[in-house]
Design a protein around this ligand. Structure first.
Ligand SMILES: Nc1ncnc2c1ncn2[C@@H]1O[C@H](COP(=O)(O)OP(=O)(O)OP(=O)(O)O)[C@@H](O)[C@H]1O
Ligand SMILES: [Mg+2]
Length: 326
């Protein structure tokens, strides 16, 4: 399958009070067409920063230090800013937790959708209106004609997220980035939006990068999973590999922190310790202060573990993962 996105050896920093702190360290992964890759990890691990690097929308004090971000064979980091802007929206689209941040409150849904379609598909007004209706239907919006005349504030959160999905998809992007798109919605609506994304995936012919901290969502939507810890990739594999045979103690910890609905009484065991700030220096493996296995291993506090391929397509960066029998 063709690769839509390739992130290679990405390093990024934030400048805080004139000092640079590393926020992403050697991040690599790729997404094929019709594939959904989920990036997971605790709050602050660098999920959103990863998407902002891809979209080239880092805040002012953020900087990509090295690496490449290849979209459809083109390294975005080598493109002039103006051309990157053209890629955004056309070749890659993004949906966020709060759709209002991407919708203009002063314009009707219809005019925003039409504008976007005219811009990215090069269509005339009449064709754009027809297509706007078609996309609203595609994302499961009833009475699409009426909705076109409404303003974003007249819609519920779930509907607004559907409108935003319609907007992004109507440009026919090769890459769809979704950063916690269902976190702000209540559980039933959340489920509906996930089902919608899964259904749309088939005729979208794009790659999907889906960010979430919710492993239940991952199980529902991902083909592959990338686990981040404190700005580093600690594990990557197919959804089945990650759920059936998690190898990194951090991934295992994440699994244990999820309520198990199969059990009558669910037992949640949060990972002990606190998540490090980007200004904190931790020698060796960044997870070692919280790791249940590292105590007897002097290497863990000295050397950062290298990524190894534990089984085909399943990668892990842990000094001890190899010896662990599960
Ligand atoms: N503009 C900024 N300046 C300095 N540090 C920042 C800035 N933006 C984010 N950070 C830090 O970068 C790290 C990664 O942040 P990021 O937003 O990617 O986390 P996340 O994994 O998306 O978390 P969440 O699940 O809460 O959305 C965090 O430690 C955060 O505090
Ligand atoms: Mg985030």
């Amino acid at each position: 399958m063709e690769k839509v996105l390739e992130v290679k050896n990405l390093y990024a920093t934030f400048t805080i009070q004139k000092k640079d702190y590393e926020v992403l360290h050697d991040i690599s992964f790729s997404i094929k067409r019709n594939e959904t890759v989920c990036v997971v990890g605790e709050s602050g691990c660098g999920k959103s920063v990863t998407t902002l690097c891809i979209m080239q929308l880092l805040p002012k004090n953020g900087k990509i230090q090295s690496g490449s971000i290849i979209l459809d064979g083109q390294d975005l980091l080598k493109l002039p800013k103006k051309e990157v802007r053209q890629y955004r929206g056309k070749k890659m689209g993004m949906i966020f937790q709060e759709p209002m941040t991407a919708l203009n409150p002063l314009l009707t849904i219809g005019s925003q959708l039409k504008e976007n379609i005219m811009l990215h598909r090069g269509l005339k007004k009449k064709e754009a209106t027809d297509l706007a209706l078609e996309y609203l239907k595609k994302v499961g919006i009833a009475n699409p004609k009426e909705r076109l005349r409404q303003y974003p504030f007249e819609l519920s959160g779930g509907l607004r997220q559907r409108v935003l999905i319609a907007m992004v998809l109507s440009a026919q992007p090769d890459l769809l980035i979704a950063d916690e798109p269902t976190t702000a919605l209540d559980v039933t609506i959340q489920k509906q939006v996930l089902t919608l994304l899964n259904d749309l995936k088939k005729d979208m012919n794009a790659g999907i990068l889906f960010i979430t901290h919710d492993l239940g969502v991952v199980a529902e939507i991902a083909d592959r999973v990338v686990v981040l810890y404190a700005g580093r990739k600690v594990e990557e594999g197919t959804t089945e590999q990650i759920f059936k045979n998690p190898l990194h103690p951090y991934t295992i910890g994440l699994m244990k922190a999820v309520p198990n609905v199969d059990l009558d009484e669910f037992e949640i065991k949060p990972i002990p310790g606190t998540f490090p700030n980007i200004t904190e220096e931790i020698p060796g493996c960044r997870f070692n202060p919280r790791c249940p296995l590292s105590r007897e291993c002097p290497l863990c506090t000295k050397e950062a573990p290298e990524m190894i391929e534990a089984e085909k397509g399943h990668f892990v960066a842990c000094h001890l993962a190899k010896e662990e029998k599960r």
